[in-house]
Write a protein that binds this ligand. Structure first.
Ligand code: ZN
Length: 197
């Protein structure tokens, strides 16, 4: 099954999450405009779409977007991330801390996306990716709390629709509502909240 086919099978889930309000359209007026750190998947086919769109949403604000990008991006952050091979999550946390000091920004945007090749290599479903994205926010907040007041952390999700005319959308992701709708525990430890196969 290629990525497009996999995504077609996930369209009902995406539509359910949109209908339930787990995914919400991003309103530019609701985004912080004083610069940010972005943690995003390095996917060479998607990263510029995501960043250009994000920059447009933040137009008129401080044009400082401190990018930290590796394969699968924020999915690397949970302590037991299945997309991490070494200690990529710790490296991202340290660089987020450094980026905050370097740039004086107070917002971290976590960009998950679908379909994600790195998540596919780890055999992760869409729902598992979103569970990881929620856990990523928890871990980032925990990490910053051990140093200082945590920044504002906003999980976003970029979807590449291919089933009915190619289009791309980015949404807010409400992790608490997701956990409630999909009946999965929310938490920072991913495996403890993993959905049974
Ligand atoms: Zn990816």
């Amino acid at each position: 099954m290629n990525l497009s086919q996999a995504q077609a099978a996930d369209i009902p889930v995406i539509e359910q999450l949109l209908g339930e309000g787990v995914f919400r359209d991003i309103k530019p007026e609701e985004l912080p405009k004083d610069g940010d750190i972005i943690i995003a998947c390095a996917d060479g086919d998607r990263i510029f779409d995501t960043l250009f769109h994000h920059r447009g949403l933040c137009e008129g604000g401080r044009p400082c977007h401190h990018l930290l990008s590796l394969n699968s991006g924020p999915l690397l952050l949970p302590v037991d991330s299945p997309t991490a091979r070494y200690a990529e999550g710790v490296i991202l946390l340290e660089h987020a801390l450094g980026g905050r000091k370097l740039k004086g920004v107070n917002t971290v945007h976590l960009y998950g996306h679908w379909p994600c090749g790195a998540a596919g290599l780890a055999n992760l479903s869409l729902v598992e990716c979103l569970t990881l994205l929620g856990s990523a926010k928890e871990r980032l907040l925990d990490f910053f709390r051990s140093f200082d007041d945590p920044p504002k952390v906003i999980p976003l999700f970029h979807v590449h629709f291919v089933h009915s005319g190619e289009q791309m959308r980015s949404y807010y992701f409400d992790r608490h509502h997701f956990a409630k709708v999909m009946k999965v525990p929310a938490g920072r430890n991913w495996r403890s909240s993993r959905i049974a196969a």
